[in-house]
Design a protein around this ligand. Structure first.
Ligand SMILES: Nc1ncnc2c1ncn2[C@@H]1O[C@H](COP(=O)(O)OP(=O)(O)O)[C@@H](O)[C@H]1O
Ligand SMILES: [Mg+2]
Length: 223
């Protein structure tokens, strides 16, 4: 499913590269696996998720994802692969002019699903995250926790093969965080590979699972 071999990443142009934010990372995550992604702020968690979401390409090493060698794959296949990946962004990235409903419907519309099916899936998903009565609300009309829940609904509604979540409980209370974990575990049980970046130690302790731990861009734990 996911294989990294000596993967490195630095930001900035090739002729003026910034410091490496991911260094010599080698690991394998099997299809249907679950991983916590841990490490202090600045360790590289979001950067690793950005790589796995195909928003950036490795600047060194080899990344294999969903059966493709990402470094060698033609640029045009990346959007198709990305449709099979759900991402909960740390900063949500909802479209400000679209309602909660339309934000969640967007990936399904891009995938060309019929509107009837979209309506059923989107309303069910928003109900699941407790926003069944806020379908028409715009992002700036809801709280940070509600925005985060819209972002979660958008990431899972298309039943992605790979689900990436970047500190998805950052704005949630304990009850909502537990509900989110239930949703992530259910997606995992149904076959999705799930990777969750977190520094919510209590949450991780309540839901033990294999951990990838980053420190200054190095992978210091895999197990
Ligand atoms: N777009 C960017 N351009 C340059 N440096 C960045 C960018 N995004 C993150 N970084 C740097 O990369 C390092 C890792 O950041 P990040 O992946 O966000 O870590 P984490 O999610 O673990 O807090 C940090 O030093 C950060 O300043
Ligand atoms: Mg981060």
């Amino acid at each position: 499913m996911i294989r990294l071999e000596s993967v490195g990443l630095h930001y900035g142009p090739a002729d003026q590269p910034g410091p490496e934010v991911l260094r010599d990372i080698t690991c394998h995550i099997p299809e249907g696996g679950f991983r916590w992604l841990l490490g202090p702020s600045g360790a590289g968690k979001s950067s690793l998720l950005r790589l796995l979401h195909l928003a950036v390409r490795p600047t060194g090493g080899r990344l294999e994802l969903l059966g493709e060698d990402i470094g060698a794959a033609p640029r045009r296949v990346l959007p198709l692969l990305r449709r099979r990946i759900g991402m909960v962004f740390q900063d949500f990235r909802l479209l400000a002019h679209l309602s909660a409903y339309d934000n969640v419907a967007l990936p399904l519309r891009i995938a060309g699903r019929p509107e009837g099916q979209i309506r059923a899936d989107v309303t069910e998903m928003l109900r699941w995250v407790g926003l069944g009565k806020r379908l028409a609300a715009l992002p700036d009309e809801v709280s940070g926790g509600e925005e985060q829940r819209v972002a979660i609904a958008r990431a899972v509604v298309g039943r992605p093969n790979l689900l990436l979540a970047d500190e998805p409980t950052g704005n949630l209370d304990d009850v909502q965080a537990e509900r989110l974990m239930k949703l992530l575990k259910e997606m995992n049980r149904l076959g999705a590979t799930v990777i969750v970046a977190s520094h919510n130690d209590a949450l991780v302790a309540r839901h033990p699972g294999p951990q990838l731990r980053l420190h200054h861009g190095w992978l210091v734990e895999d197990g």
